[in-house]
Design a protein around this ligand. Structure first.
Ligand SMILES: [Zn+2]
Length: 118
């Protein structure tokens, strides 16, 4: 799977996202703010492992989300041991994001039909 295909599959299974021409437009899982990215390359968003791979997170679609680069970075900082955030706080945060991903879940409707001239 290419990066673009992976982004595409996550957007398909998140009901805040809709296709607008060559773009997917939806909401960042972390801040809920508007986010748009190129459907082919994924440019404009970053793919987030909600539960980090280093902490047992999987490549399952329910563990993947599309987020702003800045939000992804900020989440990383929250788990920086130098900031002494408690592990409990971090786990609660991850649990909230996983729950939000499931709230937004929709079954993959499959590839969009090619656009036809009217
Ligand atoms: Zn965001």
């Amino acid at each position: 799977m290419t990066t673009g295909e992976k982004f595409d599959r996550v957007a398909r299974t998140d009901r805040t996202f809709e296709r607008r021409g060559g773009l997917w437009v939806g909401k960042c899982l972390i801040c809920n703010g508007p986010i748009a990215f190129d459907a082919r390359t994924g440019e404009g968003a970053t793919l987030e492992h909600i539960r980090a791979r280093s902490r047992g997170g999987t490549e399952d679609l329910t563990n993947l989300a599309l987020v702003h680069g800045s939000c992804n970075h900020e989440k990383g900082r929250r788990w920086d041991p130098r900031r002494r955030r408690s592990q409990q706080d971090y786990d609660a945060f991850v649990d909230r994001l996983l729950a939000r991903r499931l709230e937004r879940w929709r079954d993959d409707p499959g590839p969009s039909p090619p656009s036809r001239p009217r």
